[in-house]
Design a protein around this ligand. Structure first.
Ligand code: NAP
Length: 260
């Protein structure tokens, strides 16, 4: 059973780890190639875009892929949409692995916004010094805000326009609550901006903000495309793949997921 894992996340690496070396599974993980020194998953890896939904469809056909697991980041909406389009065209099963979003706790001062432009608008009402923790992509949405000062934290430097008043902090999580609290104090942060990425790796900033009663602008996730099955953990994905492999072989022995 040949599986393509669309990756770039901890969940994708965990799934590749669970599946690698398992008899009957031939796994290849795909990375976009954005990060200069990516954390590589176990097993075979390919790096770089496919050339849109059509390019992905052709790649899946040429490599005789039996199922696609979209374990990309919740904000990698284009890749998820391409995966849905390509697999629908080929009739290839598609599984999305989506970690749950974060949940507001008592004491939180969250401002939920639909997108990065909405986040930039929301800052007009908030303090001047902003901790921008949205990663490398999307920083340009804040480039027009000249009254604010930004601490921009990312693994690699952002490309494109950046706010005039900013400091860049290159760092890769996970971070502890203590580290995050120190950062908020050291840079006299008045507000945070984050995507609702979910997961524990980058959650500490939310706890630190709560403890300091700071407002957090939370950008909501793009919707998943229709079709495909959704699980929220790598173990759920692995169960799905194994169950499908065990219980539902087609007459030809090719992969068929549960319920199809
Ligand atoms: P995106 O906007 O959804 O995708 C843009 C293009 O990048 C896609 O059309 C595709 O190019 C290529 N691409 C994306 N993911 C790919 C993958 N796993 N393998 C091969 N090509 C891929 O994605 P993004 O937000 O730029 O994210 C890029 C990667 O970083 C993803 O793998 C994602 O899991 C990871 N990541 C993203 C975020 C975030 O906040 N967006 C955070 C952490 C990690 P083609 O059209 O040429 O195929």
């Amino acid at each position: 059973m040949k599986i393509l894992i669309l990756g770039g996340t901890r969940e994708a690496r965990e799934l590749a780890h669970l599946a690698s070396g398992e008899r009957g599974f031939d796994i290849v993980s795909s990375l976009a190639g954005r990060v200069r020194e990516p954390r590589l998953p176990d097993g075979a890896v390919r790096i770089g875009g496919f050339g849109g939904a059509d390019g992905l469809r052709d790649w899946l056909a040429a490599n005789e892929i039996d199922a696609v697991v979209d374990a990309t980041h919740p904000f990698a909406g284009t890749m998820s949409a391409h995966a849905a389009a390509a697999t629908t065209e080929l009739g290839t099963p598609l599984l999305h692995v989506r970690r749950p979003g974060w949940t507001e706790q008592p004491g939180d001062r969250w401002i939920r916004v639909p997108d990065l432009a909405g986040a930039a608008d929301a800052l007009a009402e908030l303090g001047e010094r902003v901790f921008l923790t949205i990663g490398r992509q999307g920083v340009a949405a804040f480039a027009g805000l000249h009254k604010h000062w930004f601490l921009i934290r990312a693994i690699d430097p952002p490309e494109g326009a950046v706010p005039t008043r900013h400091q860049l902090l290159l760092a890769r999580g996970p971070f502890t609550v203590e580290q995050e609290s120190e950062l908020l104090t050291e840079y006299r942060i008045a507000a945070l901006v984050t995507k609702d990425s979910g997961g524990s790796l980058t959650e500490a900033k939310l706890t630190a903000a709560r403890e300091s009663a700071l407002p957090v602008v939370v950008v909501e996730r793009p919707a998943l495309p229709p079709g495909g099955t959704v699980v929220d953990t790598p173990h759920g994905a692995w169960e799905w793949l194994r169950y499908a492999d065990r219980a539902n072989p087609t007459d030809s022995g090719r992969f068929r997921p549960p319920g199809r």
